[in-house]
Design a protein around this ligand. Structure first.
Ligand code: CO
Length: 488
């Protein structure tokens, strides 16, 4: 096996480090905690998970204060984790791995497919609750300082037959968190669920619904100032196949390019369906931003949707571990594309445009300030410098200049870049990009701090162990490590 497979898809030891060695100088304004989610192990007893999107959830916290860094990680203490620890078995179905079951239990499972509670994909603060997010309806609350598991909650309280996205939109000004739930059954539907974040209650209400015969695999959605945009890719499932559950979750979906892509637009305030527009065939995991285009008299004539798009869904196949191990394996690069969805006049197909040819995934932006803004300019993400291997560079795309900048280092594999802005900034990229980078030859990881404007390294904090290839995290400038700021 190659070094990046050993270190990036192995196991991270649980640990707490009060003072992580720092090389370089952290900006003095940079204070807060980077909370990240991802797999903590791909091996359970004698069994191995099959795909990058499987694995047992592990939370990571890098707290920065006074130019110093502290670190902790911890497995999310769920039923999936307990079964792995106590019985050495994979007990719940994941994205592309089914549980270890006897033939009899496998037959019984057809009538009782339990969803995993290993919420490993993202983190969100909703109404002051810190949540570990999964694509299942089970979201797990945790303590941001100790990373201890608090308990289970959800966007749509039910067990089987619901899936959701791990990318809810949060609008602090309007005190709302919105997520998309797909309900599978005889009458399947998409439902936008809304939480009022002005209270501490996480109860969600339904904002909008749309019936669907063959639901699409949807990882995120768009939100502009006035609209919600559900982009329905032609990777679809017959719900009966999910109910029978003969193969892992994602393997029930089929690529139907002839369907094209459908943009369903809803009014954010009322939930009313505004329009459905067809578009070219493509696939995406991640929306980046969406914004309304206004006419001189203040009407919205177009919703503009930016996302990281692929020509097809083959990227999902590329993330099977056995595929990544192949010497000639190749991850298809996604690119930043803009689709214009016309809301005025006769319906016409959405048109797409590639904003930059640089491959990018795990896109992020200065969400708090730039989400829904037509002025949004910079997108950060991971990229592929070579033809083979895994994401091995960080990229910054300048939408206005249609250009990109890159950071890479030999043998290094960066994770998602998370923007942290300098307080009082006026320039959009005045701040840093934080990324947990795997140094494969050394078998260890470090927290990389890049100047977001110049895209050059200012500091790194070096851990003595590897952090596995994870997915998403968030930076909170008001969350300190345990005991507050570390002593200077
Ligand atoms: Co994602």
């Amino acid at each position: 096996m190659t070094e990046f497979m050993d270190a990036g898809f192995g196991r991270s030891p649980e640990t707490v480090i009060d003072d992580v060695p720092v090389r370089g100088t952290l900006p003095d304004w940079l204070e807060g905690s980077l909370l990240r989610n991802g797999p903590g192990t791909f091996q359970v007893g004698g069994h191995r998970y099959r795909h990058w999107f499987d694995g047992l959830a592990m939370l990571h916290r890098f707290s920065i204060a006074g130019g110093r860094v502290s670190y902790a990680n911890r497995f999310l203490e769920t039923k999936a984790w307990s079964a792995a620890r106590d019985e050495g078995r994979i007990a719940y179905p994941e994205f592309a791995t089914d549980p270890c079951r006897s033939l009899f239990a496998r037959a019984m499972a057809v009538f009782d497919p339990q969803v995993t509670d290993s919420a490993k994909v993202n983190i969100a603060r909703v109404a002051e609750h810190f949540l570990a997010l999964a694509e299942t309806p089970i979201q797990v609350e945790f303590d941001p300082q100790t990373l201890a598991t608090v308990g289970v909650t959800g966007w749509d309280t039910s067990t089987f037959g619901r899936m959701t996205t791990v990318h809810p939109h949060l609008d602090e000004g309007r005190h709302e968190a919105i997520n998309l739930v797909t309900r599978y059954g005889a009458a399947s539907q998409y439902a936008f669920r809304r939480v009022d974040t002005s209270t501490t209650d996480l109860a969600a209400t339904t904002l909008a619904t749309r019936r669907v015969r063959q639901p699409s695999y949807i990882h995120s959605f768009g939100m502009s100032e006035r609209h919600l945009v559900l982009v329905e890719f032609p990777l679809v499932v017959n719900p009966v196949d999910l109910l029978l559950w003969r193969t892992p979750y994602i393997e029930n979906f089929r690529w139907r390019p002839e369907r094209g892509t459908r943009f369903h637009v809803f009014d954010r305030a009322t939930g009313a369906h505004v329009r459905t527009v067809r578009g070219p065939t493509f696939f995406a995991f991640h929306h980046v931003n969406a914004f309304d285009h206004l006419t001189p008299d203040g009407r919205v004539d177009e919703v503009v949707v930016d996302l990281v798009a692929y020509d097809d869904a083959a990227v999902i196949e590329a993330f099977y571990l056995h595929r990544l191990e192949e010497p000639d394996s190749r991850i298809p690069p996604g690119t930043l594309r803009r689709y214009r969805v016309s809301l005025a006049g006769p319906a016409r197909d959405a048109e797409g445009e590639e904003l930059c040819g640089t491959g990018i995934e795990l896109p992020s932006l200065d969400y708090a300030r730039m989400n829904t803004s037509p002025e949004h300019r910079y997108v950060y993400g991971v990229g592929l410098s070579g033809e083979r291997g895994f994401y091995d560079e960080l990229v910054k795309i300048d939408i206005a200049a249609r250009s990109s900048a890159r950071w890479s280092a030999p043998g290094c594999y960066p994770g998602e870049g998370v923007f942290a802005g300098r307080p009082g900034r006026t320039a959009e990229d005045d701040g840093v990009v934080l990324s947990v980078v795997l140094d494969a030859p050394r078998g260890t990881s470090f927290l990389l701090v890049l100047d977001a404007a110049t895209f050059t390294e200012v500091a790194r904090a070096e851990l003595p162990h590897p952090v596995l290839f994870g997915y998403h995290g968030q930076f909170y400038d008001d969350v300190a490590g345990p005991g507050g700021a570390p002593a200077r």
